[in-house]
Design a protein around this ligand. Sequence first.
Ligand code: DGJ
Length: 526
Amino acid sequence: MKSFSGIVKKNNGHFFTVNDQPVILFAAETHNSAGTSDDYMKNVWKKLDELNCNAVLVPVSWESIEPQENYFDFTLLEKLIDSAREHNKKLVLLWFGSWKNGLSTYVPAWIKTDLIRFPRTENEYGIKSRILSMFGSDILQTEIKSFKRLIEYIKKSDEKKQTVIAVQVENEVGILDAVRDFSSPAAEAFEKNVPTELLEYLKETKSDSFMQLLKHLEHTSDRSWKGVFGDRADEIFMCWNYARYINELVTYAKESYALPMFTNVWLKESDYERPGFYPCGGPVPEMIDVWKGGAPCLDFIAPDIYAFEFDRFAGLYARNDNPLFIAETRRDKWSVANLYVAVGKYNTLCYSPFGAESIGENKSFITQILHTNSADKNVSCEMVKEYLSQSYKLLRNMMPVILECYGTDKMTGFSQDAIRMSKHLKLGKYQILIEFYHQIDEENEFIPAAGIIIERDENELLFIGYGYRAYLKTINKGKQLDFLSLEKGFFDQDANWNKYMDLNGDEQHVQMEEKVTILKAKYYEF
Ligand code: DGJ
């Protein structure tokens, strides 16, 4: 039998494999409620086909599969898996369990209404929240049983076909509007010492910020959370406990079926944001190491990048111990450009704008938010859909070529930002100046330009993307560079290069079109 889907480490890169084949997920995530209606999903499948997606991320909530305790209903999931197969898409399921965006809105009614077995977090004034507490609660044991049933169902119905290839565990965990759970059982846990495993892990990783923070331990025997972590104790305490909780869920679930499992994060977008404004306890950049120590069974942590600084945040999560996987991102005009950075520069396992069925619509399909409202980070338009679907098609066709470069220094990706009109890059022996054609601002309708450059061998480069010119020099002293040939073309479905035309004379420049294209350049030095 073919082996499971999974994450494989090769060269310096991570590869997502399905049936032993490496694959990049060119995906989109549906709106939250999509999976609750087979009828509604019809439109979503149509949109995913138009976008040329090979995968889709869809929520499966606890309340939908276990409406009464120990009574499971997988009818909707069965339909979802069947339809995914019909549309030739892989499925990443998002388990909306105890926590979704910090809150606990997706747990079944029998959990919501039983505050004795399933107490809530409390703020420092003793006010209860809509968030389930992990402390002094039956929730972990109860969720383990339910999540395991879900994973067992997936194994039973899908192991042979492997339509479901990964599962996100919870959604953007963390406590909102408080820095910590102040309920009595939580306070009791906070009074205890920091677990030695956490301290050992942080020492071993030698992460700069934690080494600084832990330096004072040489002079004190106080190992309480406050004593060790000072001002950051509340957040680190919550992180550790959420991570341990999720690790338990994953450990038990993987005993049944070892699918790749990950969790996603609501980012702290600026240094001014206080914990609680973003869900406190989630794996925000400064807390990745705490999470890695607490949840070693998770395959990776996936950032939801809605922030404008896509490149910076992607870089923070693309680590040796954490492959990049973009589970959610904007669906506005920046979403196309960011795809090239995610794939070309950070070798992402998955790229997935949020709100699949709203991509290219004037109005968010289901939430009814107008896309013209610039306060909505998801402004979308017809052009976004066109560029995204063209890009997905082109990159999917050449996936083997791209995957050969994963984990190497043979590829780079870049995009235009709102300020600069040019960029300097280095690839192999080439120094590259990229100039963009249009200034981008909120007033005009240009799609920010982007590209990927691949060094196929020392003298052959592929230029992919749109909206830029590239000027190249060699780093070899006293040498100049000239074209041997420049071809315009495309990769067919079998990843074979199809030349469309030769470019020479007036046309012999790396001058990309406004639409997504590929140029293949051969150079020589003299
Ligand atoms: C982030 C959440 O993870 C999604 O489920 C969804 O609520 C989006 N935000 C909406 O922008």
